[in-house]
Design a protein around this ligand. Structure first.
Ligand SMILES: CC(=O)SCCNC(=O)CCNC(=O)[C@H](O)C(C)(C)COP(=O)(O)OP(=O)(O)OC[C@H]1O[C@@H](n2cnc3c(N)ncnc32)[C@H](O)[C@@H]1OP(=O)(O)O
Length: 421
């Protein structure tokens, strides 16, 4: 039996697609929001359904943002995965290249023989060769990707608020205005808004080509039409938007639910105005919002902070640091300090401050020892070094070094990505 790991050619698209239906481990705790995730127009699709899908996939195999690798066993594809080229916003605002691992599957008849290990090794080598010092993914299962150095770096909340509990603390006079628009108008707004949001939101990802195509009028998958709400400032410029649904249900427990698929705002006024309307919507009993940031400001706008009930926390973006100095020099820091970090037996002097950092090899004694996984979780500031120290995963050699690393990495806001890949 021979095994070859190599990129997939466009002529092999149809065969490559045979493995994708087996990406069936993804937890679907959240219904896929039809509009935000662009419904059946979303690309690449989890499972291509039609001959046209196969043709389009074949076309994308020519595109340099889509880099599939497959394991060919005796000449036939037995498993595959792909890297998509996206950008990630890191602390300080730089948007850096991220190799996004997606659509990973090995045919059930070929599992646990090391095919994913070989595919992953080829994909991460490819990232390094292209100068991508970060790789990322969303994990179907928490047990798979730690062994390759990935670790959760951003998290998401699902929450709900009962309408009767949703009183705001302030009397808000909106200096702008709200507008319900059709999907075509929303499809013009979202790409621009998302670019503005991701310029300042650490952890946000650039959209894949075609990301917004599905906003153009697709009804939701049986769970209610997507409604598009915009907020404009006093000059008429759009500074916020939301997508929500009002699914009908024969089950009284599920009736009267307003589902928020997406909500982004550039200003506090826009944020307050959008939630103000959604939380007091006639004929609804409660609002459910998924894929929300873990530091949602809405809680602190309500008279009763308990009214916003968390119903789920999940990890979202997992990061793998492929080049420690390049990654640490790409971001800025919340304090000025110098620490020697030992990461996987290499020692680095991180001399960091609000304007950036240098990270150079050193023979000095380490202040802290940690692994690539821990660094992946710490990198955007979504997990603190002290949490890892308490779990014996970051070892402190110099008293106070854990607190000093936490001070350096402290984020202004929790890292968050509403857009995935
Ligand atoms: C980013 C994404 O695309 S997430 C989607 C991931 N895909 C899926 O969940 C689809 C269903 N699962 C599959 O297709 C396969 O099981 C895969 C792709 C997850 C793994 O492929 P395989 O070729 O079987 O993995 P491989 O044999 O290389 O395993 C490497 C190691 O990971 C372990 N491993 C692989 N899958 C799992 C799992 N689901 N749970 C726990 N451990 C696992 C193996 O035991 C092995 O461990 P070892 O190095 O200690 O021996």
């Amino acid at each position: 039996m021979t095994t070859e790991i190599r990129p997939v050619t466009p002529a092999e698209a149809a065969e490559y697609l045979r493995v994708l239906p087996y990406v069936n481990g993804f937890p679907q705790e959240e219904p896929e929001p039809s509009a935000w995730y662009a419904g059946s127009a979303a690309w690449p699709p989890q499972v291509p359904k039609t001959a046209a899908d196969v043709d389009r996939y074949a076309e994308d195999l020519h595109a340099d943002w889509f880099r599939p690798q497959a394991a060919f066993v005796d000449g036939k594809i037995a498993g595959g995965s792909a890297i998509v080229s996206v950008q990630l916003t890191v602390p300080g605002g730089r948007q850096v290249a991220l190799g996004g691992v997606t659509s990973t599957a090995v045919l059930p008849t070929y599992r646990r023989r090391g095919l994913l290990r070989q595919i992953m090794s080829a994909m991460l080598d490819d990232c390094r060769e292209r100068g991508e010092f970060l790789a990322g993914l969303s994990a179907s299962e928490g047990t798979i990707y730690g062994r390759y150095g990935f670790s959760p770096a951003t998290f998401q909340h699902r929450w709900e608020v009962r309408r009767t509990d949703a009183a705001f603390r302030d009397d808000f006079a909106d200096p702008g205005s709200l507008d319900l628009v059709d999907a075509a108008a929303a499809a013009e707004v979202w790409p621009v808004l998302h670019e503005q949001v991701r310029a300042v939101r650490v952890g946000e990802i650039s959209p894949l080509p075609g990301k917004w195509d599905g906003l153009g009028g697709l009804p939701a998958d049986g769970s209610g039409l997507a409604h598009h709400l915009l907020h404009r400032d006093a000059t008429g410029a759009v500074d916020g938007a939301a997508i929500f649904r009002l699914p009908w249900s024969p089950d009284p427990a599920q009736a009267g639910v307003l589902q928020v698929e997406a909500l982004e705002a550039l200003t506090v006024d826009a944020y307050r105005a959008l939630w103000g309307l959604l939380l007091d919507f006639d004929l609804t009993k409660r609002v459910v919002a998924a894929r929300r940031p873990v530091d949602e400001p809405l809680r602190w706008m309500l008279t009763n902070p308990r009214a916003l009930k968390l119903t789920r926390t999940r990890d979202n973006l997992w990061l793998r640091i492929l080049d420690v100095p390049a990654a640490l020099e790409a971001r800025t820091y919340a304090a000025t300090d110098a620490l020697v970090l030992e990461v996987e037996s290499a020692r680095w002097l991180l001399d960091a401050g609000p304007d950036g950092a240098s990270c150079t090899p050193t023979d000095r004694a380490a202040d802290l020892t940690l692994g690539a996984n821990e660094l992946g979780s710490l990198y955007l500031g979504g997990v603190r070094a002290s949490e890892f120290a308490c779990s014996r995963r970051v070892v402190e050699h110099t008293l106070g070094a854990v607190s000093r690393l936490d001070a350096l990495l402290r984020p202004d806001r929790a890292p968050h990505n509403a857009v995935g890949f």
